[in-house]
Design a protein around this ligand. Structure first.
Ligand code: ADP
Length: 630
């Protein structure tokens, strides 16, 4: 036998930028008109916002009496030294202005402008949040659809906490880019452009001072970028580890309690919590440096600007009114510049989130959907020289066998022999590494998965119930099942009577993973769930060993009833189950050792003989002699 193919997958990685562009083209189109509306509203709000210095300038110019005199002909419109006078002259259109009237007019304009800005900003802001919510929904549902379509191997390999973190945090961070970020970029660009125009028109030197501020801010943010990205990634990873650890800890609470291992578990969790908190602190140490660092830079810049202003005033190039407005507008400019720098950090954080999401979306399940619709199981399922390995670990080797419609097949063999793998391959949870499995002459890989699997009823060894009512656990995902179907299934599974004795009968909620039911009751509900849609093939992993003898009898009776009218493949842990089987397949080390009836196998299969003797017969004298004396 050749070396078997690895069953594990390795996600391809993308650069953040590729992923960003890809996500924009994938999602932004759907709400393009809202994106445009938000962008338009943001533009209007900001254009309204940036006329405020002109109104203030006019108010200021008229405080000391009419002010339309002495505007140099070469001064630009936006020059703050003369802006007030220009606005006044423009509004009084050549006549001698009445100062009091103008003051009232500018006062009213000031309030109207502020109200309009507030109203348009509110609409744009809400629009951006709405977009983020819509995109988060789209991304999350796409991501979940993609995740649920992955094969079992994927879930065995990936950490649950990591997947949860990607589906929640990364998805919302990604959605941020398509609403609030676009808005923020427009918002701050308009302000930076217009406020800078005011400043340039007023004084070149003062404005160059402001540009130095811009460069310092930019340099500072750049310097923080790389370490922040690394530390944020580290923090997200450790937070995901904690989610995984907590989930494992809560789901494994039975084991923990029965081993009295609470202290051990706690110390493990504490170690993870410590790592998370250390990662948060390490990240915050760098991340929180940004705001205070920039405020120190701001102060330096303001001081520098004043120094230049004094020189300009002494040279007669700046009026006092001009300086006042310059500092005002200069101060207005600082906020959007700061935000631009923060936007750059946002883009980084989101780039990482995009990257992680698109990495997930690019993983394709190995168990791919086929095209052929399988209406019904007609004749047989055939394994043709099938081998399978988990990674490098062989689990089935050169298995060839045929299971005919209507047969009751029992699978026996020691633990690890490959019994679960055998049934998992029939269900196409995995595809064979070598060989093929055929149903009615068609390779399983050709069938549409959902349709194919709908022909099966499965009871796995670990009977997982959902925290829902008994009824919905039996119905699980098959909305067409009637109340009658559910009761019939429960009767067949020997579960109806105990369900009727529950406080709310079929409406009783079973608790997390069915914790409020006994092991035997859980199994019978799981059997009812498996048979409720009248499957053509039943796969049962009969795990009765953990049950008391009364529960075992009820479960056994249920199994005996359900296997009668269908094709059944039962993984049998106790040989009493298999006595009625049409054929018994003995697996050992991934190979079929023998196939036949109980009587035949006792003669031909050493493994079966051993299992049989262990369960039914007294140990031989030799084995007794081998037991150590008490
Ligand atoms: P059985 O059901 O007979 O106890 P399985 O089919 O579960 O045996 O396992 C067959 C072999 O494959 C065992 O050696 C087991 O350790 C290994 N195996 C089962 N599941 C996995 C998995 N998800 N990843 C790696 N190895 C696995």
């Amino acid at each position: 036998m050749g070396r078997l193919k690895s069953a594990s997958l390795h996600p391809r990685t993308h650069s953040s930028w590729t992923a960003f562009r890809w996500l924009i083209s994938r999602y932004a189109r759907r709400y393009l008109w809202v994106v445009l509306l938000v962008a338009g509203l943001t533009l209007v709000a900001n254009l309204l916002m940036v006329i405020q210095p002109a109104i203030l300038a006019a108010l200021l110019a008229n405080l000391a009496g009419p002010a339309t005199e002495g505007i140099p002909s070469d001064a630009s419109w936006l020059n703050l030294n003369f802006l007030g006078a220009r606005v006044t002259a423009w509004l009084s259109s050549g006549k001698t202005p009445d100062t009091n009237q103008l003051l009232v007019l500018f006062g009213v304009l000031f309030v109207v402008q502020a109200t309009l800005v507030a109203a348009t900003n509110y609409m744009a802001d809400y629009g951006a949040v709405w977009l983020r919510a819509q995109f988060a929904k789209l991304i999350q549902s796409d991501l979940l659809e993609h995740l649920l379509a992955q094969d079992i191997a994927f879930f065995t390999r990936e950490k649950t906490g990591e997947l949860i973190s990607r589906a929640t945090r990364d998805a919302t961070n990604t959605a941020m880019a398509l609403g609030p970020l676009i808005r923020s970029l427009i918002h701050h660009t308009v302000q930076i452009v217009v406020y800078s125009a005011y400043l340039f028109s007023t004084s070149l030197w003062l404005t160059l001072g402001s540009m130095v501020l811009l460069l310092m801010q930019f340099g500072f943010t750049q310097a923080l970028k790389r370490p922040t990205r690394r530390l944020v990634r580290h923090e997200t990873d450790t937070a995901a580890d904690l989610l995984t650890a907590l989930q494992e800890s809560f789901t494994g609470i039975r084991v923990t309690k029965s081993f009295g291992a609470e202290a051990f578990e706690l110390s493990r969790l504490k170690a993870t919590i410590n790592r998370v908190s250390a990662a948060v602190l390490r990240k915050s140490r760098v991340e929180k440096l940004e705001v205070p660092g920039r405020s120190v830079l701001d102060s330096l810049a303001v001081l520098g600007i004043f120094l230049i202003a004094i020189l300009q005033m002494q040279a007669g190039q700046l009026t006092f009114q001009g300086l006042l407005l310059f500092t005002y507008v200069g101060k207005l400019l600082i906020a959007p510049i700061n935000h631009m720098a923060t936007n750059a950090l946002w883009i980084e954080t989101m780039g990482a989130a995009f990257g992680r999401i698109s990495e997930l979306l690019s993983i394709q399940p190995r168990v791919a959907d086929g095209r052929v619709a399988k209406q019904a199981f007609e004749r047989e399922i055939r394994f043709n020289d099938v081998s399978f390995a988990y990674g490098d670990r062989p689990a089935l080797r050169n298995v060839t066998v045929e299971i005919r419609k209507g047969e009751f097949i029992a699978l026996v063999g020691p633990s690890g022999a490959g019994k679960s793998t055998f049934t998992d391959l029939i269900l196409r949870l995995y595809d064979p590494s070598e060989g093929e499995i055929i149903m009615d002459d068609v390779d399983l890989r050709m069938f549409r998965l959902a349709e194919y699997r709908s022909h099966f009823g499965v009871v796995s060894q670990e009977t997982l119930l959902f925290n829902d009512t008994v009824r919905d656990n039996i119905r699980y995902g098959r909305g067409h099942l009637t109340e009658k179907d559910i009761h019939t299934a429960a009767r067949i599974a020997n579960a109806h009577d105990f369900i009727m004795s529950l406080p709310q009968q079929y409406d009783t909620v079973v608790g997390d993973r069915g914790i409020r039911l006994s092991g035997g009751e859980r199994q019978r509900v799981a059997i009812a769930r498996a048979v409720a849609h009248n499957p053509q093939i039943l796969i049962l992993d009969e795990a009765t060993s953990a049950l008391d003898s009364e529960s075992e009898r009820l479960v056994q009776q249920a199994i005996d009833q359900v296997v009668v009218h269908t094709t059944a493949i039962v993984i049998a842990h106790r040989l009493s189950t298999v006595m009625h089987a049409d054929r018994i397949i003995v697996l050992n080390h991934g190979r079929i050792e023998a196939i036949g009836s109980n009587d035949l196998l006792l003669k031909t299969s050493p493994t079966y003989y051993k299992l049989h003797r262990l369960q039914f017969e007294q140990p031989t004298d030799l084995e007794v002699a081998e037991q150590p004396l008490a």
